[in-house]
Ligand binder design. Structure first.
Ligand code: G3I
Length: 455
């Protein structure tokens, strides 16, 4: 009898072990809510879908966040049915369910090259639509969607991720643009009509559809100086033209730094980019914050917490321009990083674990200065590969020593390109640049001399 009882107990214990961690977990709502802590600094937000705002997760979500971004439900692909008609029922239903919380709604995203029906930009055979048709589709989409949410949405990501990661030619932001399906369709027009035209067009449509909304350009990797510079130059140029037409407010009013960071992200780099955007007179949001630490036990989680603390110190220091810090999720159990295509499962990037318990990262975000005093700043992360690549990264990021420009200015480059010996492919060009730099140290001197002489 005793054995039977013990066996049943064991089975119950084992079964409990297999239950999903979040099930039945009671979130600790006694902890100070982050939105309240940062009320005088910036909004604190999170991305949501049905999985993130139901039950206990919902309680925790609205305890800590006063801003919300739909993780997927407002993207173009989520809004059209098979008949190419807009259907807002899913997102409207989600929003109606949480209307009582009064969270500020940030729209994500009107234009993107992912999660967008192919018919908007391409013919059936995959070739780009003619510019005129793509323009019609974009105008109709932005007009209807931004129009539908006008008055409900505080700000919009008008355009998401239009910039390349590896920017070889820094002389013109246009060259740094991704050749997306939108880009290619807009490039498929008359003489002088380039793919870059989709950016200005998208922002102008959004401004017309919802004059009250604050319009954002959103991208990842903006802690990288070269990419940040390209975005800043683009915003400055488009805003300059728009203001010269007599408009009172900038066209691109905010830059969303997504903030999908890792333990090797430098808070100092993040700060430099915030300052760069602030100089443009636009506001900044940290729009999709998470820190992807490899599950590796308490040590990694402490390093992650320290990184969160360092970042929040920076965000607070620039709270005059940072208007929102939004996490890309709430708890580790429902982070996008658990999807197999993004390296999951087992991701641990957020402030709460899959059982909704506050991690050290929560305490770090809630009191960053106190946390750093107790635990110290993170020592720079060293890996063998990182050490090996450091000089090259320095070359790439540093404007004055950049191999790409040396290559561009060199006679050899012109000859190689003309003979078809050098590919204009960005990776190949970067490789040639590096080779060129290593093989001919004198190139640096020539490059500097040209800079000094203004040639
Ligand atoms: O809904 C299906 C489900 O039925 C199916 O079983 C499952 C199988 O993988 O897929 C589910 O759809 C996935 C969807 O997320 C919902 O979980 C898609 O495959 C997956 O591609 C989609 O990923 C989204 C990703 O954007 C698309 O690139 C992530 O949820 C979303 O968090 C992520 O968000 C982006 C931002 O919009 C822009 N910045 C980067 C950020 C992270 O990638």
């Amino acid at each position: 009898m005793k054995h039977r009882f013990l066996s049943i107990l064991l089975v119950i214990v084992v079964l409990l072990g297999f239950l999903p961690l979040g099930a039945g977990a009671a979130p600790d709502l006694g902890l100070p809510g982050l939105a309240g802590i940062y009320r005088d600094y910036f909004m604190i937000g999170g991305c949501f879908g049905a999985d993130k705002i139901a039950g206990e997760r919902g309680q925790l979500f609205f305890h800590h966040y006063n801003a919300m971004t739909a993780e997927n439900a407002m993207k173009p692909a989520s809004l059209y049915n098979a008949g190419r008609e807009l259907d807002f029922s899913a997102i409207d239903g989600l929003l109606a369910g949480v209307a009582g919380y009064g969270n500020t709604l940030h729209g994500h995203t009107l234009v993107w090259h992912e999660q967008t029906p192919a018919w908007m930009t391409q013919n059936k055979d995959g070739s780009p639509l003619a510019r005129e048709e793509a323009q019609r589709n974009m105008a109709a989409h932005i007009g209807a969607v931004a129009g539908h949410f006008a008055g409900q949405v505080y700000s919009w990501d008008v355009l998401n991720e239009a910039m390349e990661d590896l920017i070889v030619d820094r002389s013109d932001w246009r060259v740094a643009l991704r050749k997306t399906a939108w880009y290619n369709a807009f490039a498929n027009g008359g003489p002088g009509e380039g793919g870059d035209g989709h950016i200005d067009f998208a922002f102008r449509q959004a401004r017309a559809a919802d004059p009250g909304a604050i319009l954002y350009y959103n991208d990842y990797g903006l802690d990288k100086p070269r990419k940040a510079r390209a975005v800043a130059t683009m915003a400055a140029e488009l805003n300059g033209a728009w203001l010269a037409e007599g408009n009172a407010r900038p066209l691109i009013e905010g830059i969303g730094m997504q903030g999908h960071y890792s333990l090797s992200t430098s808070a100092a780099d993040v700060e430099k980019s915030i300052q760069l955007f602030a100089e443009l007179g636009v506001r900044v949001s940290i729009s999709e914050l998470d820190i992807n630490a490899k599950p590796g036990g308490p040590d990694e989680m402490l390093k992650q917490a320290v990184k969160y603390a360092e970042l929040f110190v920076v965000f607070m220091r620039h709270s005059d321009v940072v208007e929102r810090v939004s996490f890309w999720g709430l708890d580790d159990g429902t982070s996008w990083l658990n999807l197999p295509q993004f390296g999951g499962p087992g991701a641990e990037p957020l402030l709460f674990d899959a059982g909704l318990n506050a991690k050290q990262a929560y305490y770090a975000a809630a009191d960053p200065e106190g946390f750093l005093q107790a635990h110290g700043a993170a020592p720079p992360r060293q890996t063998w590969l990182g050490c090996l690549l450091r000089p090259f990264r320095f070359l790439y990021e540093n404007d004055d020593l950049y191999g790409g420009d040396i290559f561009k200015y060199s006679r050899a480059a012109a000859v190689w390109l003309a003979k078809g010996l050098a590919s204009s492919n960005k990776y190949a060009r970067c490789g040639y640049s590096l080779l060129y730099y290593l093989l001919w140290p004198g190139a640096r001197a020539v490059h500097w001399a040209r800079g000094i002489l203004g040639k």
